[in-house]
Design a protein around this ligand. Structure first.
Ligand code: PLP
Length: 394
């Protein structure tokens, strides 16, 4: 008999699983090329050539025992130093290897930091709409995720509501920009206001509130939009980064945490995070890919492929009368469903072989997420279906 906690988890993950099953069922009937699957955030742009070159070079030139061996639980010192330097060069920060902890993707990093910080019933705040896994990561450590309702005008965080939700039990706030599912980049003005609120509340309650910046989409930003580096705005910021999307390596499970010296209780946090990485069973981030990414810190995926998709999808949907904000980053578009019930709308879309995810899954009903990390032709072929859908329900 599985645990009671896992029974709930199994129940809750059924929407995404059902969609996955549905996709397979539709592909068997209509042929995979006639099913337009916009449900998953799996990059469709290949990793840059540098990644392949680095793998080959490392395998051919470096000592096998050290490539594949155990190491410090925080990761290879030289890799962490290279990452610190690269961040410093880009954002004028002053990190060293002691601020970097290599993780098993962003997901691993978030689990490490929540394990490090949370006591049972500690509150973690996030802004709707948000990546649904946050709920699981927080509940893994008996924390409580509290959701600030969406600001559907521009999907910047709703700071008025945020202020009201901070309590003496608020241990952390998790934000994600560029955002999954909206593609919105939180502006510098927003970040400054959010930081001011946090400082004010820390003072009022005499607590430390950690801002966790979940940044797997940092490099996927269009039209030269600026993505502020949050450690510069708020002292208690911890950054979670991942190469899953920035180098199209989601299966390799590689990322890192940045834990700056200025963070309250830095020494204990960095030591505890190192141990959390081990005792959660990750032990350390994958060794080969630590070495690979250290050689590819300036490499970039072909952003233009995503950008073309973004333009095609956004312009197409807007011309049919759909309401959506043009995404500034990531590879998602969050569209207002032309009927109120987003789940029903996604079911209607499924009848046209279009798979999209209801906003309800991101705590924002009345919307749907379209992941455009797909072939350009998939969007071209799906657009008439989107047009027919809005005409049908109007
Ligand atoms: N955070 C957000 C907002 C995501 O969208 C994802 C993956 O899609 C993750 C974290 C997890 O990323 P990783 O593959 O690096 O664990």
């Amino acid at each position: 008999m599985i645990s009671e906690k896992m029974q709930v988890q199994v129940q809750n993950s059924s929407i995404i699983r059902a969609m996955f099953e549905e996709g397979k069922r539709l592909a068997a009937i209509h042929g995979a090329e006639n099913v337009y699957d916009f449900s998953l955030g799996n990059p469709n742009v290949a990793s840059p050539e540098e990644v392949k070159k680095a793998i080959v070079e490392i395998i051919n030139k470096e000592d096998a025992l050290s490539i594949h061996g155990y190491m410090n639980n925080s990761g290879y010192e030289d890799v962490r130093a290279a990452i610190a330097k690269s961040i410093n060069d880009k954002f004028s920060t002053a990190f060293t290897q002691d601020n970097i902890l290599m993780t098993v993707g962003a997901a691993g990093g978030l689990n490490v930091i929540f394990k490090t910080l949370l006591n049972p019933k500690d509150e973690v705040l996030t802004f709707a709409p948000f990546f649904g896994e946050y709920r699981n990561y927080v509940s893994n450590y008996e924390g409580e995720l509290l959701v600030v309702p969406a600001n559907t005008i521009n999907f910047q965080p709703n700071l008025e509501e945020f202020k009201k939700k901070i309590t003496p039990k608020t241990k952390a706030v998790i934000i994600n920009s560029p955002n999954n599912p909206t593609g919105v980049v939180y502006s510098e003005a927003t970040i400054i206001m959010l930081s001011d609120i946090l400082r004010e509340k820390q003072k009022e309650f005499g607590t430390d509130i950690y801002l966790i910046a979940d940044e797997p989409y940092r490099e996927l930003a269009y039209d030269n939009v600026e993505v502020p580096y949050l450690t510069k705005y708020y002292e208690n910021t911890i950054v979670g980064y991942s190469f899953s999307k920035s180098l199209s390596l989601p299966g390799e499970r590689i990322g890192y945490l940045v834990i700056p010296n200025q963070v309250a209780d830095y020494k204990n946090i960095i030591a505890a995070a190192n141990i959390a990485n081990r005792i959660l069973g990750f032990v350390n981030a994958p060794s080969l890919f630590q070495r690979v990414i250290a050689k590819c810190l300036d490499a970039k995926v072909d952003l233009e492929t995503y950008n073309r998709n973004r333009e095609l999808l956004y312009n197409g949907l807007s011309s049919y009368g759909y309401q959506c904000i043009k995404p500034e980053g990531a590879f998602y578009l969050f569209v207002k469903t032309p009927i109120e019930n987003d789940i029903e709308f996604c079911n209607l879309a499924k009848k046209k072989n279009i798979l999209i995810v209801p906003g309800t899954s991101f705590s924002c009903p009345g919307y749907a997420r379209i992941a455009y990390c797909v072939k350009y032709e998939t969007i071209e072929k799906a657009l008439p279906g989107f047009k027919a859908l809005i005409e049908e329900v109007k």
